[in-house]
Design a protein around this ligand. Structure first.
Ligand SMILES: *[C@@H]1O[C@H](CO)[C@@H](O)[C@H](O)[C@H]1NC(C)=O
Ligand SMILES: *[C@@H]1O[C@H](CO)[C@@H](O)[C@H](O)[C@H]1NC(C)=O
Length: 222
């Protein structure tokens, strides 16, 4: 009995510790911390330091960064993501938020990628977008979003967006639960890292030949 209950305590404690590790950005300790983004900071903290709060103005809390579509012309996948960040919107520093404008060309994709530090909720504002994510049991959840429809991508999971329309661009807006969500594209992380992952790893991992690896690297600009 005593043994069982202490085992239970250990299990609960380790579960609690696990849950505590899955947490969003730390809470701010003040109303705001307008990012001081001048170059060559002499000390480094988790985020950006604040300017003197007395110097904060309304302009620190507004941006037009997302007002215009990003150009999808030069991107091989046909997408462009424009983000708010501590430079174009210094007032968001420490607030645990990012807004992203996602423009996708006709027949373009945002290829499978993940955000290690943020969950994402997206709303389709123009066109129609096939979205999906894969969970850690390798199960796919997918949906076609029409204008006004939303979808949520849980933190860290691989997801994609695809504009199947061959004639019209699509546009979605996403909110992310970190001021620095981070993005890893699965294909680029695997095939175009610097330095490169050795070919023998990729031939085994993807069950393909050496020529396949080289061709994929070349196609992806690696
Ligand atoms: C920042 O540091 C770099 C390298 O030390 C230097 O070249 C640059 O001029 C500095 N910039 C400013 C604004 O001080
Ligand atoms: C995204 O769009 C902006 C604005 O048109 C452009 O300056 C930038 O180069 C584009 N980025 C990519 C990766 O195509």
């Amino acid at each position: 009995m005593g043994c069982n209950s202490s085992l239970l305590h250990i299990l609960l404690l380790s579960l609690t510790l696990q849950l505590l590790r899955v947490k969003p950005d730390p809470d701010p300790l003040q109303d705001y911390c307008v990012a001081d983004t001048k170059p060559n900071q002499t000390f480094f903290i988790n985020g950006a330091p604040c300017i003197d709060p007395e110097l904060a103005t309304s302009s620190h809390f507004t941006t037009s960064a997302l007002s215009k579509p990003g150009s999808t012309k030069t991107n091989p996948f046909g997408f462009n993501v424009t983000l708010t960040n501590k430079v174009n919107l210094p007032g968001l520093n420490t607030l645990g938020l990012t807004l992203a404008r996602v423009d996708i060309a006709e027949n373009g994709i945002v290829p499978p990628h993940s955000h290690p530090r943020a969950s994402e909720v997206t709303i389709c504002l123009q066109g129609s977008v096939l979205v999906g994510f894969v969970d850690t049991s390798n199960r796919l959840f997918t949906q076609t979003l029409n204008e006004g429809d939303s979808f949520v991508f849980p933190k860290g999971l691989i997801h994609f967006l695809y504009n199947r329309d061959l004639n019209h661009p699509a546009f979605a807006l996403s909110g992310l639960s970190s001021q620095n969500p981070g993005t890893q594209l699965a294909a680029l992380a695997s095939f175009t890292s610097k330095p490169a992952i050795p070919n023998e790893i990729l031939t085994k991992a993807f069950q393909i030949s050496d020529q396949d690896v080289n061709r994929i690297r070349k196609n992806l600009g690696g």
